[in-house]
Design a binder for this molecule. Sequence first.
Ligand SMILES: [Zn+2]
Length: 147
Amino acid sequence: MKCPFCRSDRTEVYNTRGTKFGTQLWRRRRCLACHEAFTTYETPDLGFLKITAEDGTQTPYSRARLYSAVVTALGGHTATPSATDALTDTIESKLLDLKIKNISANQVSSVILTTLKAFDTPAFLRYLASHADLRSKSELKRQLKSY
Ligand SMILES: [Zn+2]
C-alpha cells in the first residue's frame, strides 16, 4: 500500500488488531521512505448480502446506510462516533449471524430495533417512529409490545 504522505510503495505493518466486534482488522503501517505512520482498516466485502423490501426490490447491504440510520436514531449531531460505530458493528454482526444472504427489510428493522432497545430507549422510539408502519394507535401498541 502506498504511503498517503509521500506516495512511496515501501511501507510495513507494525501493529495489527481486530476491532471489538471482529468486523474489522486495524493495522498501523509505517513508511520506510518518510517514516510517517498511518492506519488502515480491512473489512470483509459484504456485497453478497441483499436486503429485500416488502415490494420485492433488492438492494445490496450498505454499512454506510446502516450507519446513517443509527446516527439518525441516536439524535443526529448528538451521536458520538464511537457509540455509533459500536452500534453499527453490533447490528452488522447480528445480521451476519442470521447466516442468510437475502434478508428482508423487516428482519433488518427488527434487528435494529432489538439492538437499539437494549442500548437507548429514545433511540429505539425514534427509529420505530420513522421506520415502522404505524397507521394506527393499535399498530403502534402492537409494535411496542413486540420488542
Ligand atoms: Zn512516506
